[in-house]
Design a protein around this ligand. Sequence first.
Ligand SMILES: Cc1cc2nc3c(=O)[nH]c(=O)nc-3n(C[C@H](O)[C@H](O)[C@H](O)COP(=O)(O)O)c2cc1C
Length: 636
Amino acid sequence: MKVTTLEQLKAIKEQGLKLTYPEKLKIMVGMATCGISSGADKVYKALRQKIEELGLDAALEQTGCIGFCQKEPLVDVVYPGKVRLTYEAMTPEKAEALVTAINAGEFYPDNILCRIDQEDILMEGQTRPYANPHPPELPGEIPSYNEIPFFKKQVKIALKNCGFINPERIEEYIGRGGYTALHKVLTSMTSETVIAEVKASGLRGRGGAGFPTGLKWEFARNNPGEIKYVICNADEGDPGAFMDRGILEGDPHAVIEGMAIGAFAIGAREGYVYCRAEYPLAIHRLKIAISQAEELGLLGENIFGSDFSFKLKIREGAGAFVCGEETALIASIEGKVGEPKPRPPFPAQSGLWGKPTIINNVKTWSHIGPIVARGASWYGALGTPNAKGTTVFALVGKVNNTGLAEIPLGITLREMIFEIGGGIAGGREFKAVQTGGPSGGCIPAEYLDTPVDYESLGALGSIMGSGGMIVMDERDCMVNVAKYFIDFTKDESCGKCTPCREGTERLMEMLEAITDGKGQEGDLDKLVRMSELIKKTSLCGLGQTAPNPVLSTIKYFREEYEAHIRDGKCPAQVCKPLITFHVVEDLCNGCQLCRLLCPVEAIEGAKKVVHKVIQEKCIKCGTCFDKCKFGAIIVD
Ligand SMILES: Cc1cc2nc3c(=O)[nH]c(=O)nc-3n(C[C@H](O)[C@H](O)[C@H](O)COP(=O)(O)O)c2cc1C
């Protein structure tokens, strides 16, 4: 059936709401890549088998990532009209016990993360189906979703459906208000009013550079031409970043709807999602979403009976970081080698096959529907004057809580790391936070009260980037961190321009020498000079930002570089050539554990006799240090 009227859309919405909130009990398993890699598929299978075995009248569904990836596998039990309970760290055995308990009319008390009383993340005007949060049977105090530090400060727009709907069912997306924005656009707006709304919202690109989205659309709209394109940049190449994958796996229609609105605004009839082939689940769900939208006539000819037609295709990238750069991405879609070109002309003037093209990030696209549906002023009220709305970070590294967090822009790094992230794991000291992936910088503790926005992070020598946020503790060596990122950009440099191709190689050689204990006086000045040269002269953003990790670590952690160069020491005890392992004679009782565990037989000593590390054989793997129960191994 093709949907052409609002009434038809509303009828599907009703169906969707019934699927999302059925009258019978429903069990949902977080089946995004993060969940599956923690064993969610096995949990799902165990749930299905037990439900069948016991004949329990319950719906079993898959959903996307609710964000708290660290707690995966996550299972939600939705008691119709009552409450929704989220269970964490589930196993197949616990899944079976859960079903058995439910079948016996009891609550399963283990592994409960939180209850969800009402879905504040629902779009305005929708029903709130968990209106009775305290069914009498609930045992003890179960924290509400909004009390969990990881969720408390989050405001979900891009992630609003992730973890709540089955992403493979268009009805459920429509059930939560999906495609009403596209209907509104096609029945009551012009391209000018759509662009005006997006401009007024203050939305800036979430892919890295933060260019105002509405303005970019206006350029493309004003450039003449019968044929124009919209592209979704789902290349997501930053190490540690998985925000865009999470959205595509959990709510692909949000991106499709945003792209259809963007296409209408600039006068395009065709669009592409450029997604790396390493994201097979995202591609799979996107394919399903596209074909379901086509079946309902929400993609294709004369959408909602209007004269607007829009076709969407997927192009799989081979996973080159440089192909996230927009001109390289365009070349890749065109079937050419993914290398950047000088700009201007910008894609809005001459993009895919020389036609005006807009490229936006997955998160940017997913904000468009809500902005149109709820209005620019609603969106603009979130965030700061220069950075409105929300963005999604992949919060990873040495924090207690890792996962996808959608925050209003302007909250501080401290709130992000110590409240949402729950502080540093193992009670260790915070050392630095790296934002913006390989193009970003490392920010030390003294700037923890900096607001998370484009300009504030930029002023510190980092960037907001696409949403990678890696937290480091006292055990991380900042020279080694800089080396890691330069190694990455060196490998990912396409080689087209000399400063990036040769410059990243030279930076790497110098950093390697320093971490090998072969650094020399004057190396830091050379590193800074070369970094600045590479930034100024490289062809594209890859080279222009690649030295940022080097410059920021020299700026904020210079003494650590100096310790490597002058004293031949790695204060964080990471750089292997600069550390040695020793046995403390007074503490060693000759238990032999280290000797037995050493993979290269570099420890000698008889039982109950003080052991010794044979330095010539030691590969500095740290096993003895980690495993000694008596603190008898030291590193210096
Ligand atoms: C080396 C490099 C890699 C990039 N990778 C991505 C990426 O994976 N995803 C993305 O959205 N933008 C990436 N960008 C930024 C894009 O070139 C472009 O600015 C962005 O897609 C525009 O969308 P936005 O305005 O919504 O941010 C990258 C830029 C460079 C220089």
